[in-house]
Design a protein around this ligand. Structure first.
Ligand code: DGT
Ligand code: CA
Ligand code: CA
Ligand code: ZN
Length: 572
């Protein structure tokens, strides 16, 4: 069991406890433990009690549960709770806008325990008997069910990446020396993946058996000599293909995709009297092999520079590669600082100093601490007085921690009317202001666009945080007109953020590319809520690569002084 699987059992237990209206502290403890474990870099099932107890938010009781999972493969409390409900009930909890209370009453009062049953009841008008369930809410539920169905077959790419890492490690242990590479949408760094595609090169067919016998396989969907498909626990389909060494590059190319990129490439081959398929590049007339072992060799033989996998979306990359090599796309190591994180002052889990040293250890020259403003009461957001006091502390601690510069910033809420949640003279005192929307997401497009433009109009706003508010596989972006926001940001010198959280990656690749093309500076930020939270920058960087960005396009690739000079507040 990997950390995500452990976290999933704990989170499900929390959900089931909530359905039973158990003690809120207990529910919260399970949720917090699930989050800690999902973010933990070491495998928790390999830990003993003492090591577990050192993790934040894991007490004796939860440490015991995790040990139980590690040794038994299941948790009694989870099994007992799950037995009280139909297994499909948890799907209902994932519906946007449907809380635990609603699910509990749907089940106890109407016996509804699955998406299908809920949909039917909604369509037949049977939900109206529940308290607070009007026609409008019923329509929202139907919409949420529809969205859920569209999302159910896809998975967040970083989750798939974790699954791939664990799976590959297990296969490499079982079949030493085997050459395995994830391809498909994962290799391209796409936001979500339909399935996981892996290529094994050469070697023995033993890897096929190791694959179908992998301990996290729920079901084998098909097994042949060179291809096998399995369904992993958690619902991810995984395909393994065994290819001969002479076809290594061709298989990488073909199965990395995208489909549209492949089709264009194949047409280019045909125009040159060649045939391209997953086995190699061949002379059309003689059938002679031109190349196949080396992926770059295939592009080269087609008169193209090597195209980084992240760009293979048929968005102009083939024309660009015909003109010559690509400029250096941004890499994680190009980031000199992180610009968005939270501390215990609001909803973060670590204090300023802990965040500072973790950022320094992650290789950063500077870190902006940007806690929430007062409108986020649930997160204990800061009012003007606390914001300034916090800024003073940040600067004081920054002066005492060697090797990193702290910037006293804020993630200031954009109120529903577009005004800022903190007074101008407070914002003016800070080193960096991110403005973000965290409420009234459902405003009409014109209204929410105006709201954003008004925020950009505030002279103390440097960056717009997670500009579209999308939550991948969970919430659609706000109705905001992104092109208009990009234009306004370009005019005002306001930067737009690529938020690196696994379920945000917001701006998206295409929006970030558009913004860069229109002269907007981009920031890549972690939005870390703990000292373990900087790892997600990897995903933000992937989005930036998919947006064709180079270090010159990204503000926090600059050394501190140059970075500061590039902020809106220091312009003119
Ligand atoms: P996904 O799984 O929906 O996240 O996206 P992909 O891109 O991983 O798609 P998948 O798993 O269906 O196929 C893997 C790659 O195989 C795909 O990116 C390109 C290649 N491929 C699949 N079907 C076709 C096809 O009909 N024509 C060509 N030229 N390539 C294909
Ligand atoms: Ca795939
Ligand atoms: Ca596939
Ligand atoms: Zn935020």
């Amino acid at each position: 069991m990997d950390n995500l699987a452990v976290a999933r059992v704990l989170a499900e237990t929390a959900d089931l406890l909530a359905l039973k209206e158990a003690n809120p502290f207990k529910i919260r403890a399970y949720r917090a433990a699930a989050e800690t474990i999902a973010n933990c870099p070491e495998q928790v099932i390999a830990m003993d009690d003492d090591q577990l107890l050192e993790l934040p938010g894991i007490g004796r009781d939860l440490a015991g549960r995790v040990r139980e999972l590690a040794t038994q493969g299941h948790m009694a409390i989870h099994r007992e709770l799950a037995a009280e409900f139909p297994p499909t009930i948890l799907e209902l909890l994932h519906l946007q806008g449907v809380g635990v209370k609603t699910v509990a009453s749907l089940y106890t009062q109407l016996g509804i325990g699955s998406l299908d049953a809920l949909e039917q009841a909604a369509k037949e008008g049977r939900l109206a008997t529940l308290r607070g369930m009007g026609e409008k809410k019923t329509q929202l539920i139907l919409k949420a069910i529809d969205e859920r169905r569209r999302h159910a077959s896809r998975h967040l790419m970083p989750d798939v990446a974790d699954t791939a890492t664990t799976l590959l490690a297990a296969l490499e242990e079982a079949v030493p020396g085997v050459d395995l590479t994830p391809v498909g949408s994962l290799r391209r760094g796409v936001d979500t993946c339909g399935d996981l595609d892996i290529i094994a090169v050469g070697g023995s067919p033993a890897v096929m058996d190791a694959f179908t016998q992998y301990r996290l396989v729920e079901r084998v969907l098909g097994q042949g000599e060179t291809k096998a498909s399995v369904l992993l626990w958690g619902g991810l389909q995984t395909d393994l293909r065994l290819v001969p060494a002479e076809s290594r590059g061709a298989a990488f190319q073909y199965f990395t995709g995208s489909k549209a990129h492949n089709i264009a490439l194949r047409d280019r081959a045909i125009a040159r009297g060649l045939t391209l398929n997953e086995y190699g590049l061949f002379n059309r007339e003689s059938g002679a092999r031109v190349c196949g072992e080396d992926e770059a060799g295939i592009y080269d033989a087609l008169g193209l520079a090597f195209i980084p996998p992240e760009l293979r979306e048929f968005r102009g990359e083939i024309e660009a590669a015909a003109d010559g090599p690509f400029p250096h796309l941004i890499e994680r190591a190009d980031l000199k600082g992180d610009l968005h994180c939270h501390t215990t002052a609001t909803d973060g889990r670590d204090d300023i100093e802990t965040m500072a040293t973790a950022a320094r250890d992650a290789g950063f020259e500077y870190l902006a601490i940007t806690d929430h403003s007062q409108a986020l009461a649930m997160a204990n957001g800061l009012d003007e007085r606390r914001a300034l006091e916090h800024a003073r502390r940040i600067r004081e601690i920054g002066a005492s921690v060697d090797g990193i510069t702290l910037l006293a910033g804020i993630e200031c809420d954009i109120r529903p009317d577009g005004t800022m949640d903190l007074a101008d003279d407070c914002l003016a005192e800070l080193d960096l202001v991110i403005a973000s929307i965290h409420s009234a997401f459902n405003q009409e497009p014109a209204q929410i666009t105006d709201r954003m433009l008004r925020a950009i109009g505030c002279p103390w706003v440097d960056v717009i945080g997670h500009p579209t508010g999308r939550l991948l596989l969970r919430r659609e972006p706000y109705g905001v007109n992104v092109e208009q926001v990009i234009r306004a940001a370009a005019d005002a010198g306001v930067a737009l953020e690529i938020n690196s959280q696994v379920d945000r990656r917001d701006l998206s690749d295409t929006h970030a590319r558009l913004a860069r093309d229109r002269g907007v500076k981009i920031t890549i930020a972690s939005d870390a809520h703990s000292c373990r939270g900087f790892g997600v920058l990897r995903w933000g960087v992937l989005t930036a690569r998919r947006a064709w960005l180079t270090p010159a396009d990204v503000l926090n690739c600059r050394p501190l002084e140059e970075f500061q000079a590039g902020l809106r507040r220091h312009k003119e």
